[in-house]
Design a protein. Sequence first.
Length: 295
Amino acid sequence: MANLKEIRSRITSVSSTRQITSAMKMVSAAKLKRAQDAITQMKPYAEKLKELLQDLSSSNDDDNNSPYGVQRDVNNVLVVAITSNRGLAGAFNANIIKATNNLINNELSGKNITVLAIGKKADDFYKRTEYNIKGTTLPNKLNELYDDLSFENVSKVSEAIMRSFTYKQFDRVLVVYNEFVNAAVQNVKVEQFLPIVPAETEDTVSTKNTDYIFEPNKEMIVTELIPKSLKIQFYKAMLDSFASEHGARMTAMHKATDNAGTLIHDLKLVYNKARQAAITNEILEIVGGAAALDD
């Protein structure tokens, strides 16, 4: 009977866990809807602005070159790793850390690397490494961004990164984040944030033959539009990661809830079999006792 008590205790424990994972799934689903709407509305605008930014960068003459498009010998590299503040989201955070480490150890091998960790999970990992952001002029505590993920708050971070690039603190800036595809699919992306990548390799004919009318003038466009476009690109990466986090967590909690249900079903079968065996043994003992009395 002690075995039956242990099985009942496990069933109760797994049932409580299933209630928690089911509630977390519903919470993530509600948050995902808002995050998905935000990135869906932002993405077409950001992609078109990025296309214009690349065209403008590739067509700039020497007098109007933007400081954000300056190509330098790459010695100092900043890698921005965007994760979440919380876990229970499957491989969401682990994929970013893995991709960042692969980038550092392979493509950026031999460079001076600094990691700007956005999100508690990346911050906890990289603050124990030699790539910690401490000692630079960039923001140090960025976990609060997710408390109020707005363009204004994210712009402060992107402005600091852009300023560090223009001050030649970094020669190249890369962003590693999860691109939102749908609730079940998130793709890890590594994008060059600075310097601006000209549109040389993307549909060369269409980009180089595009004529633009600049209003009020080209210099004004360079000084105003390019910084704003860079901030938009960084904000889009944050929105992508935010929506991906809730999608990954909703999927993980859905699987955990299903697995808990399967485990409860299996435990109930084991419980019923053990209970049936115990009852059978009791009946056999009673029958055996009665037979002994008859003798």
